[in-house]
Design a protein around this ligand. Structure first.
Ligand code: PEP
Ligand code: MG
Length: 902
């Protein structure tokens, strides 16, 4: 643990720097860095994340020496500002904010205007010559402090509607009504002074304690509340969703207050150095004249665009900062350029203009949508700001998912009933049923319903519902409101500031432009344009290939990755889709679904219930032409690339789970007595079918199945080869646990290949290999590799058989395992590298001991999971194979694995 607890910043110098994020949190590290860069930052200090860890490890006590360090830094701040904390004639006021390593927008607490007391307010009035402003600041402090420090942090859980913040807001509304005014700004200094007295009494009556009238007491109260909020409900929820470790802790930033609400020459704003929704390289942001930062972020006032370029149809009538304060805008624009050039990444900045002077309050790497991440990475690389490797590392593989997200069908959209317009906060389209609370959203979604969460403004308490919803719609708020930030971080369709909505949560209804909609009614959002439509409009898939930024990034990924990427596909359409996404072959073609086609299932059933080999062969051969056609289609779709076709795998009884009526029909069709048929079906029943008569055990017991499938594959290969189509089939035997099993099947396959080549008088290449999906197969991989020409790890079954968890029934206990941290994540989604991974590594090692250049891949679900792909890279696999829509993710993850590990 570091022994320095407090880091000063300001006046062109700082104790910390950008690299110290772990210790100072993102915000603190960047405030230090900005100070070092000479950007105007109000001076302050950061209390480290180590203190947070200490605080929780030691029964919520602070380490010795913290107090002295805080005092010392406070003194430096006072010197820079020429003010004094708690001084009645010239008071320093500070803000107290959280700041974790990774941004957690709105999830923890903030207190502003700390240091205002009945004494110091006199000095503030004198200094600003603005009594109204001073009392406005005071009533804001009382509201925030009583809510955050005296209520939430003290663990008080008020009854519905009785929270101190709500009660104080109620008093404010009452006064506005009394004075017959609409806006807060219309209340006079005298009104606010009276309100402060009312507030203090309300605080005392409700919380049983006086509002603290000592600046130091306020400071420590605020610091404690921020540390407490690290373990607040919404912060914990957010960490769970984002995978942020609980041990990281938050830093606390104490910083000189600057005011954007000191009159018309003051303002505040939030901006991005590039557009965070589209990635376009234009300075993009929002501002409000005469306002505090929270007014922009909380979404209580819809903000103005920062510049003329940023105006849209909906905001063109509003004043930009560029036109209202051109000199300050120029200064801000120069700073944003400096920051982006320094950090080499898009920055999310907060600024305040106090009485004509610009202050930067924050800079951090800006959250962005997937398409924006790709565009920025590509454009920054093309401009020489970053190199290809950095560009590749800038995009989270999962963000590519957003490219694959559907959009509202543009044709249908033209004639759809538009209910309202709002701000396009998160791209793509979404449709669902209206729900009005986050809890309802989560609950309905759990039942498999598609929902859209509609709120006035989404508070951080709504995170779980926002996560569960298809899309989010709010009546208030701007592009930088909390709702917009969170949705964008997830790449979720979201519209904010849709002011035409009149929402009545109590009766679960909303009215909008003369229409009344209730809970459960369908609406559709176009989050890219900010349009809300009535009803359920169809969504269409986006056109990836035509996105030049995506293509550049994928070209760089191809250049840097070592792993091949194939796809798991069972139909020509899926194969073609995956190929368009960049798949380099098929790593797993499961053949079982092909048998479920109504035209084929009866031949399959006839085969299964046949009493002898002759009848079985007769039945199975009926399937040959169908299978040949299947393979022709798939091999052709993957012309020039390898196609791994797996022989039949599932337990036979899956094909004969029949009700009484179906048994009757089948017995008539096959001319078998109903009772005989039933007896045969019963005999196929297994207690543990996943460990039963499946995989290569089928082909061993019924060789005619293997023969038929091999013949279908090779006849298709021969025919295509004669037509000049280049195909590379790889026949794969499932669920092998010993070299004898494999050998048994391989001989049949090779024999069939020889026969077909003779019969058709064509020569062709093919491989015969095996799935490695049982622990024993890993243990004896050296023996299996004597004749197996390739391995493909079936990590679904390998996970099942290594853990002894049934892959179909894990849902019964997995949530508990995750809650109790017995497992870090679902091992069927992300490979258990410690356990199952050892078997994979052993299989690779042993396989290569026997056959140095044996081709090895993975085709379990893990083939599309970035962390597992990293493991596959490190373990020396040749390729991963995943479902078509995960191919882009795998391509990028493979490149990232190469960049990170080599
Ligand atoms: C596996 O077990 O990982 C695999 C790919 O096969 P299946 O999921 O079809 O059992
Ligand atoms: Mg399997």
């Amino acid at each position: 643990m570091s022994t320095k607890y407090v880091y000063f910043f300001g006046d062109g110098k700082a104790d910390g720097k950008a690299e110290m994020k772990n210790l100072l949190g993102g915000k603190g590290a960047n405030l230090a860095e900005m100070s070092n860069l000479g950007v105007p930052v109000p001076p302050g200090f950061t209390i480290t994340t180590d203190v947070c860890t200490y605080y929780y490890d030691n029964g919520k006590k602070y380490p010795n020496g913290l107090d002295a360090e805080v005092k010392e830094s406070l003194k430096k701040v006072e010197e820079v500002m020429g003010t004094k904390f708690g001084d009645p004639s010239n008071p320093l006021l500070v803000s107290i904010r959280s700041g974790a390593r990774q941004s957690m927008p709105g999830m923890m607490e903030t207190v502003l205007n700390v240091g205002l007391t009945s004494n110091t307010i006199k000095g503030l009035i004198e200094k600003t010559n603005n009594e109204r402003f001073a009392y406005d600041a005071y009533r804001r402090l009382i509201t925030m402090y009583s809510d955050v420090v005296m209520e939430k942090s003290a663990g008080i859980e008020p009854a519905e509607g009785m929270a101190i913040r709500e009660q104080l807001e109620h008093e404010l509304e009452k006064m506005k009504k009394d004075r017959n005014v609409q806006a807060d700004t219309e209340l006079t200094a005298e009104d606010l002074k009276e309100l402060v007295t009312i507030y203090k009494k309300k605080v005392k009556d409700t919380l049983g304690k006086d509002f603290p009238d000592d600046a130091m007491e306020q400071l420590w109260g605020g610091i404690g509340a921020v540390f407490q909020s690290w373990n607040g409900k919404r912060a914990i929820n957010y960490r769970k969703i984002e995978g942020i470790p609980d041990e990281w802790g938050t830093a606390v930033n104490v910083q000189t207050m600057v005011f954007g609400n000191m009159g018309d020459s003051s303002a505040t704003g939030v901006a991005f150095t590039r557009n965070p929704a589209t990635g376009e390289n234009v300075f993009f942001g929002e501002w409000l004249p005469n306002a505090q930062g929270e007014d922009v972020v909380a979404g209580t006032r819809t903000p103005n665009p920062i510049n003329e370029d940023g105006k849209t149809e909906d905001t063109k009538h509003l004043d930009s900062l560029e036109s209202k304060m051109p000199e300050l805008y120029k200064q801000l624009d120069a700073i944003q350029k400096k920051l982006e050039n320094h950090y080499h990444d898009m920055q999310d900045i907060e600024f305040t203009i106090q009485d004509g002077r610009l202050w930067m309050l924050q800079t951090r790497t800006g959250k962005r949508t997937g398409p924006a991440a790709v565009r920025m990475a590509a454009e920054m690389c093309n401009a020489g700001l970053i190199d290809e490797k950095t560009a590749l590392m800038r995009v989270k593989p999962s963000q590519l998912d957003e490219f694959l997200h559907p959009m509202v069908d543009p044709e249908e959209e033209k004639t759809a009933l538009e209910l309202a317009k709002g701000l396009p906060a998160g791209p793509g389209g979404g449709h669902g049923m209206i729900v009005f609370t986050a809890d309802d959203a989560a609950e309905w979604a759990k039942k498999g319903k598609q929902v859209i969460l509609v709120r006035n403004e989404t508070s951080p308490e709504d995170v779980h519902g926002m996560h569960a919803a298809e899309a989010i719609l709010t009546a208030k708020g701007g592009m930088t409101s909390h709702a917009a930030l969170v949705a964008r971080g997830w790449g979720k369709c979201c519209i904010v500031g849709c002011s035409a909505l009149d929402i009545d949560v109590a009766s679960k209804k909303l009215s909008v432009n003369g229409e009344v909609l209730k809970e459960g009614d369908w609406i559709t959002l176009n989050g890219t344009k900010g349009r809300v439509y009535k009803g359920k409009l169809p969504l269409v898939e986006p056109d990836l290939e035509r996105n030049e930024f995506y293509s550049s990034l994928m070209n760089w990924a191809d250049k840097h990755r070592k792993l091949g990427v194939r796809t798991n596909a069972d139909s020509p359409a899926d194969a073609a889709q995956a190929r368009a996404f960049g798949a380099e072959g098929i790593g797993l073609c499961r053949t079982e679904h092909m048998f479920f086609d109504p035209k084929r299932i009866s031949a399959m059933r006839e085969m299964i219930v046949a009493e002898n080999e002759e009848n079985r062969r007769k039945a199975i051969m009926k399937l040959l032409p169908y299978q040949r056609e299947d393979f022709m289609g798939i091999l052709k779709a993957m012309e020039g690339l390898p196609v791994t076709i797996r022989l039949l795998d599932p337990p036979l009884h899956e094909f004969v789970t029949l009700d009484d009526k179906q048994v009757k029909e089948l017995s008539a069709e096959l001319g078998i007595k109903e009772s005989d048929l039933k007896a045969r079906i019963n005999s196929l029943h297994e207690l543990n079918p996943m460990l039963g008569h499946r995989g290569c055990r089928l082909g061993i017991a019924y060789p005619e199945i293997t023969e038929m499938q091999a013949r279908a594959i090779f006849e298709a290969t021969a025919d295509l080869t004669s037509q000049g189509v280049k195909v590379f089939p790889e026949v794969m035997v499932p669920l092998v646990g010993s070299s004898n099993e494999f050998e048994n099947q391989r001989e049949l396959i090779v024999k069939t290949a020889d026969e077909v080549q003779k019969e058709k008088n064509v020569k062709f290449d093919y491989l015969v290999g095996t799935m490695i999906e049982l622990p024993r197969a890993c243990l004896v991989a050296n023996e299996i590799a004597k004749t197996a020409e390739f391995f493909s790890f079936g990590t679904n079954d390998l996970t099942q058989t290594t853990f002894g968890f049934s892959r179909d029934d894990i849902g019964g206990f997995l949530p508990k395992y995750l809650d109790h941290k017995i497992l870090p994540e679902d091992p069927f989604q992300s490979l258990d590298q410690n356990g199952v991974g050892q078997l994979v590594a052993m299989g690779v090692d042993k396989g290569r001991q026997t056959r140095k250049d044996i081709k090895i891949g993975i085709c379990g679900e893990h083939g599309g999971d970035p962390a597992s792909i990293d493991f596959c890279h490190r373990t020396g696999l040749n390729y991963v194979s995943c479902s078509p829509f995960r191919v882009p993710i795998a391509l990028l993850a493979a490149a990232q694995a190469a960049i990170e590990n080599d």
